[in-house]
Design a protein around this ligand. Structure first.
Ligand code: NAG
Length: 198
């Protein structure tokens, strides 16, 4: 359904979203009901715990087991859905990966999706995990296993009162044994999206 122009537009929209969050209109991905917003992605890792999460266009979450006594290497993706209008309702997170989209899957990467409080400063690994209170606002929001050619709703929640952004974090669920990971490029029209007014 995407022409390469649409792809370029989507990519550029994501880039400009990063620099000017409130001004860029939402980008359509797969309109179902209501309006669709694509996330801005940031990556955090316990390897660089104080580094402000860099912007990325690849959704990448992994746990890599290292030889003892080193701890596992953990990579999470933070998903920020910007500019949700005031008076929106039914904010729903879902994913879709059109068949044929390259997806890299290692092990059994069940994703733990949690909600984070919005912050203008952006997150680091330490600001998510090392500070008290931790910024999780609703605990476990949902779990999901991404599959090529798959789609699923993760969960729904109230949209922000007065409008604003919703922030989520995807990590490998803590019951997953061994190394596991999933990686998919957001700009292929694949990945997570938010709908509202459904
Ligand atoms: C999900 O992630 C949150 C934040 O890291 C953590 O507190 C919770 O224990 C995790 N739950 C599972 C089932 O992985």
């Amino acid at each position: 359904m995407y022409t390469s122009n649409a792809l370029t537009t989507t990519f550029l929209s994501l880039l400009s979203l990063a620099t000017a969050l409130p001004t860029t209109p939402p980008t359509e991905l797969v309109p179902r009901c209501g309006t669709t917003i694509l996330p801005v992605l940031h990556s955090i890792s316990n390897k660089n715990p104080s580094q402000p999460a860099p912007l990325t266009t690849t959704f990448s979450v992994s746990t890599t087991v290292n030889p003892a006594p080193q701890p596992p290497t953990l990579v999470n993706t933070i998903l920020t859905f910007p500019s949700i209008p005031a008076n929106s309702y039914g904010c729903t997170i879902a994913y879709r990966i059109p068949s044929g989209t390259p997806v890299t899957i290692t092990g059994n990467p069940t994703l733990n999706i949690t909600t984070l409080g919005p912050t203008s400063a952006g997150y680091t690994w330490d600001s998510v995990y090392a500070q008290q209170p931790q910024p999780f606002t609703h605990g476990l929001f949902g779990t999901v296993n991404l599959a090529q050619g798959g789609e699923a709703v993760v969960n729904s929640m109230a949209c922000p009162v007065g409008g604003g952004q919703l922030v989520f974090m995807a990590a490998i669920a803590n019951w997953v044994w061994g190394s596991a990971g999933v990686e998919v490029a957001q700009q292929n029209g694949a990945g997570f999206y938010l709908t509202y007014n459904c």
